[in-house]
Design a binder for this molecule. Structure first.
Ligand SMILES: [Zn+2]
Length: 83
C-alpha cells in the first residue's frame, strides 16, 4: 500500500496505514483523545488550573492546550512543568 492509499481519518485527521496493526492501535488512542479529550478524573466543567495546582491537573491542561492548538491551528502555549 502506498502512502497515498493510506486512509486519513475524517474526524481526527490522522494519516495511518490500516494494514499495520501498530498504526491502527495508535490511531484508536489518538482518535479517542481527539474526540473525548485527555483522560482525567476531574468532574466535567470548567477548571481553573494555577501554577500550584496538582501536577496531574497541569498535565491534563497541557494536553488539552495541545489538542486545542492542533484543532484551531493556533499555538496555545502551556507547559505543566515550567512552574
Ligand atoms: Zn480518527
Amino acid at each position: 500500500m502506498s502512502v497515498t492509499d493510506d486512509p486519513i481519518c475524517p474526524i481526527c485527521g490522522l494519516l495511518f496505514a490500516s494494514d499495520i496493526l501498530a498504526d491502527v492501535r495508535h490511531h484508536k488512542k489518538f482518535h479517542d483523545v481527539h474526540v473525548n479529550g485527555p483522560k482525567t478524573k476531574m468532574p466535567e466543567g470548567i477548571h481553573l488550573i494555577l501554577p500550584h495546582s496538582p501536577l496531574r491537573d497541569r498535565l491534563v491542561a497541557q494536553e488539552a492546550a495541545s489538542l486545542l492548538s492542533r484543532e484551531l491551528n493556533f499555538r496555545l502555549p502551556y507547559c505543566a512543568t515550567s512552574f
